[in-house]
Design a protein around this ligand. Sequence first.
Ligand code: GCU
Length: 706
Amino acid sequence: MLRFLTAVLLLLSMRPAQAEDGYDLWLRYRPMEAAAQAQVRPLATAIVAQGASATLDAAKAELNQGLSGLLNQPVGSGAVRDGAVVIGTPSSSPLIAGLKLPLTGLGKEGYLLRSTSLNGHAVTIIAANSDIGVLYGSFAFLRLIQTRRPIARLDLASAPRLKFRLLNHWDNLDGTIERGYAGHSIFDWQKLPDYVDPRFRVMARANASVGINGISVNNVSADVWMLSSLYLDKLAALADALRPYGIRVYIAAKFSAPVELGKLKTADPADAQVQAWWKKEADSIYRRIPDFGGFVVKANSEGQPGPRDYDRSQADGANVIADALAPHGGTVFWRAFVYSEKDPTDRAKQAYNEFKPLDGKFRDNVFVQTKNGAIDFQPREPAHPMFGAMPKTNLALEVQITKEYLGQTTHLVYLPVLFKEVLDWDTMAKGKGSTVAKVVDGSLEGHDTSAMVGVSNIGDDRNWTGAQFSQADWYGFGRLAWNPDLSAEQIAREWLGMSFTNDPAFVSALAPMMIKSREAVVDYMTPLGLHHQFATGHHYGPGPWVSDLARPEWNPVYYNRADAKGVGFDRTPTGSDATSQYAPPLAKLFSGPDIPERDLLWFQHVAWDHKMKSGRTLWDELALHYQSGVDWVRATRSTWAALAGQIDPERHAAISKKLAIQERDAVWWRDACLLYFQTFAKRPLPSGVESPAKTLAVYKERALEW
Ligand code: GCU
């Protein structure tokens, strides 16, 4: 019998390592190398928690799972002893209270990790003012171990810089996802509320691990049914599953709901019945979900109803809903992505024109949720001119984690670099150093609330985001919303270590590659300030020639303005004058000769022979940028190929295949755009730029196939 059991055990220990399909995200907790285990084991001998709550249970469970996995031995609850990890808040844990820790500056969500002595034992403390802080601290403690940082002498306090750190899911109730590339929606409304998918818990853990504290669950181009009692009951079950992880749920609300759902004759915000309807709706939601977050509203945008339908302002519209939520502590995220099919003004100017005069007119519980740039999540945009221009309004920064315009899930493009570029952008609104980060965290104008929102890239694909590397965008969004000062490089290193391996050779090869990936996609898609050159509908491949769509601003030619003289959109005072929406020093910079070349064609129409800083002509420079984007993909393919064997074969192979697609697409972008622009520039490609393999006609055909 004993021999039989030994044989079984032997067989079990020989089974192949757990398949790596990306499901565990950055919370893999695989056993560390022996030396690291030996270092951490004496510092994680037991988990000591006093007090009870669903959130504390989640913290205990995470530490248990994480430490047991990383140390390859069970680490359970226990009493205070050397190496114990003692977690809790002063109000629920006498042990923590007795230590009189400096927690006052940490707010509700911050945490303190400290190595100290307790009852004569050397222990590690994870303390906070509330249970959610303890959970965040537990994830932070695990992250230190996962990334092989020393934990023997900890004294680390951290609190989020932004109050609302939210994901917007653009999921439709039928399971499809607007601009979603990772399968179907994970919200299976048909089975809720009776069946609560265990994946919600995994998603909640991942969100909490990076500090995300709210999600809106449906597409901003909203289905009014999300507000019906049928769906509210479903949402309540989801909210129950997420609550222990500090995640509040939000709904994207349709402005016409009082008519469509309430059967009123109007949705006019000045109408008393409409006001009463929103109040009744809010009451009914909060009865089911006492900590409901609030509403996201896309109004008068791309065909959505809104207050303008009744000659009311965006502020009138936002405030009627805000007033209904206010007694319950809810918030309205009112989107600034507004442009009109009837307004011939440069699309880049329209949101500012509409919102700037309303500064100071929004209720305190309203955020004007503003995309990072004035057009639409392009590979690169100058920051939206509303940042810094609305001092009396709470502005939330909206970025897109799903890569609608950056190669979706086939191109390896690491977005935290883009997010950082926006956060670090200096609006100059109150002199040098008036960064978007300071506008958004409220510090520039002394607001006591703040928000950052990311359009989610999550779907029901086994790996959550449709591509291994896209997980880094979700991870990085959360990390930056917690602390906008983190560097994109640090985030990349953390994520690589947690998701793959901490082997310095691997991390040092890949972190710089991730950092450069964003500039590469700009190079092969839209260099030097070009934007919106995408073929119709799918927003994946190139279509710089497209000029036949109903609305002028839907056509790439509207943005590139290529002609015999040159290329680029004149937004200087001689053109659309969008430059004047920026603070005076920027307005001057963008209209003049010293404009940073990366934004050149966004703001200026430039002659093909214009001399660039390099001494080359614009045409040559443009062509070389396209080529360098392609070159980056090729170099990355070899870097990646050389890493075979250093990580699991499943993920290595999947990423290799995607990089091959990315090379094909980068070449496609380069050739299609250069051939099209060449019809105006009438100049040869400079040396160093490969000749296109196909004709422009073939590329135009191919765009139609997509
Ligand atoms: C983009 C995107 C749309 C989306 C819109 C929005 O235009 O293509 O699908 O609805 O942004 O942000 O509302």
